[in-house]
Design a binder for this molecule. Sequence first.
Ligand code: NDP
Length: 270
Amino acid sequence: MTDRYAVFGNPIGHSRSPTIHAAFAEQTGEAMRYAAIEAPKADFAGAWRRFVAEGGSGANVTVPFKEAAFELADTLTARARLAGAVNTLSVDADGATHGDTTDGVGLVRDLAFHAAPLDGARVLLLGAGGASRGVIEPLLAANVTSLTIANRTVAKARALAELFAECGEIDGCGFEDVTGPFDVVINATSASLAGDLPPLPDDLFLDGGVAYDMMYAAEPTVFLRWAGDRGARTLDGLGMLIEQAAASFALWRGVTPETRALREQLRRAL
Ligand code: NDP
């Protein structure tokens, strides 16, 4: 039997997830199909229930439904609860909906793939939206020395730092109060989408420092260009996308796909 999976979003036409999961299924010999479903903005729950009634086994969830998926899930993993969002849904043996998030592990694995160590690193996380919240606990669990969250709306950075205070050394501030240098700077703002750059000091990076933009595109983002000019090694979020997908695939199918060849293929297709 061919099991059915999908990614839910709105809009969803741009999603690379069907290509990624088709490649994983072929590589691992898993019998599954994976579609893209544009759910109505006001009725994600209805779209998910229809999918399950028609035999769906699991799904990825992307913008703007990660919080709705969190609300809808009957059970949640601890990491999804901390993230306040769900990007992976599965239907349990008893028909209940289980929610998890693999975004954080996707980022940590991508940094490891690129040999950018987090253990002992001073890390700056720009942004305090959903993407930022989802990676905080996995970053702290990777044994960073300190994690600073900087955001345009300072209160949101401080609130996140407070929320995760028990998980490790973390603080929140505005961009103008950022004091570097850092080993790793992660841009989890959506500023790059508009070609904007958060106002940051010039001495942001330690020697050998890494700049990571969760956004990816054919050309380097304005943040990565700025960071490269200041001596940082630059990485974009394409690998995070692929690694979060690999982690979701492993949750559903019990087998972890290899990602190297797909990284090259998707990079060429950008
Ligand atoms: P949200 O809308 O939840 O949060 C947006 C964040 O960006 C907020 O902190 C906001 O600040 C900040 N921001 C927006 N515009 C600007 C600006 N012009 N200057 C400075 N800060 C700004 O978005 P998400 O957290 O869901 O997504 C953030 C980014 O991460 C997106 O680009 C998304 O594509 C990417 N992403 C990539 C993934 C991957 O797998 N590669 C996975 C998930 C996300 P404020 O609070 O002040 O409004």
